[in-house]
Write a protein that binds this ligand. Sequence first.
Ligand code: GLA
Length: 673
Amino acid sequence: MISRKPLGRSLLAGVCMAALSGLAASADPMPEERSLSGLEYDLIGRDDLYTYGRLDTYHQAPFLDDLVAAGKLPPVEERLPETPLIFKTAAMSDGIGEYGGVFRHVIGGRPEGFNWLAGQHQGWGGINMAIQECLVRQGPRWQIKAEEQTGPLPNLARNWEWNDDKTELTMHLVEGIKWSDGDPFDTEDIAFWWNDNVENENVTSRIQAGSFGGGATMEVIDDYSFKFSFPAPQSNTVLEGLAYIQGCPGPSHVLKAKHPTYNPDATYEDYLNAQPADQLPIPVLGAWVPVKHKPDEIVIMRRNPYYWKVDEAGNQLPYINEMHFKLTTWDDRTTQAVAGTGDFSNMENPGNYVEALKQSQDPNAPVTAKFGPRTLAWRIELNLAANMGSSDYDKELRRVFRELDFRKAMSHALDRDAIGQALARGPFAYPYMGGFASGSPYYDAASTDFTPFDQDKAKALLAGLGLKDTDGNGVLNLPGTGEDLVIDITFKAQRTDDRKQVEAVTSQLAEVGIRVLPKSVDETSFDPMWKSGDFTAILQRANFILPTRETCNNLPVSEICPYFHLTGADGRQMLPFEGEVADLVTRISSTDDAGEQTAAARQLQKLLTENVYNVGLVQVPAALLVNKRVKNAHPGTPVFMYEWAEDAVIRERFWVPAADQIGELLPGTVAEY
Ligand code: GLA
């Protein structure tokens, strides 16, 4: 049965109000939200999207026939697994495709390097996801019916089963998948990923202790099966931690030789840089292989001849031969999509919205723009690590940050409507108080504590903390050291919307005597700085949609997270509510009962917002722009729901009719190792 439903809230549909009892209404309710969402689509069953199986015959991109004939590649049947993943035609918005052409991405990031197992990113904007494949998949879940939302979808792991008390999870890989250089993918790669990266504390892997059930262990059973054991019962929700960006194995047949456990001459620094940004190609499991990187210009990818997914007619995917990632800016991504010189943008820069919407209304425009729910939210992260300040001033500042009244005062001092209008004139922005963004399936307005704009209240709270302007220069003085209260707020230099908000926040906080010193940092060096905890405060996008997605960025689920409250050499003084916050994540991960999950998520939202864990700013909707010549880009795809659109839209099924295809830069080639 197909049910029709507007985007969002699907997880919570049908949850009875009794689950809410016990939650007091917040003192100030959230203002009414006006949705701009124009997405509508049919919801389908989990099994309607794809399956695994064996087909009688397989086909490949015609130029691969030539490479096979020349003896450069084995026949397609030998390159595919026994039971490839098969995308169902009925779930494709334009059906079975034609081979060839180029898909042109534009991104603002730059590849750090290609050792994602050691935590390196490749520049975001979908480049990581084109290369990495993960045990399970989250992106396409936006299309699945509420009653079949039973955790992530299969991917490299074809299926899994639990023991009776849900303390053991056995997973089975698709048998016979090969890396893009032809090497078999099996549990040797899984063991290397888990033992030598996740569990090795010298490696800053993307999966953090605690974000996958805390205390989990892994054991290999045979070439294609392995088992996780957990100290306490879990649910399918815990599997979300094995989707992008955490559960994505790397090529152990290349990386082992560069890892200190296997090579006594290698250091961990060597290992981190084992696949540097300028040495391509590298073996991948993704649909495209990066073959050329011209710094600050472009990354070119060619189709992976060993890709392990097909359509129902037996055509090996992807349909598109070449993928480009032009390396410019995030604003340029939208500009180029609207101009038709780029093929994709998560339109997420409100400064461009009005113009982009105007242009995309022209029937001849290369893209159409439809907004989804508000899933893009910005916040200020105050550094709460009491014992990690480098000077007396820093320590005093952090002591003040740890006072709830200070965080509340900051929140009351912000005029979020004005911040929103500074980003984009119009109805786009809505106040964000921290916690889940309003478009999250876990969001609940009634559990969200609102702190309205009220400078007098802010001033009274600050005075109550002994913060007074003792020298008459308009800036409050810290009670402990007598110095001016000056907060360095770090932001990503290349993110225009972050900069605009820093400017608005700076002038608004000045009015209550808090001085802000904006500090911009290059996006490529941002992550290491953030993760080291070496900052006073940060303003950035929150990306908080699911409790299990990149949890370490948001919540104290392990000693090394969140980065705005790290554990110092002499431990960590948790704020009173932080322990309960971490427990609530565990509760959500350990139940499959939607009612229990909802109740826990609401309590989480309440704790995060009434304690102003982060100072929320505003949240806006985004629109996915895909060039109209590209087929199978489902028009209902949200920019960010269970995962970013680059995963959600399923690019391996994209195709372009031959007449509309763009010429390839490296025609007739595949990666050579
Ligand atoms: C960046 C972009 C997002 C999205 C993600 C994908 O964060 O801002 O729109 O493309 O990368 O990882």
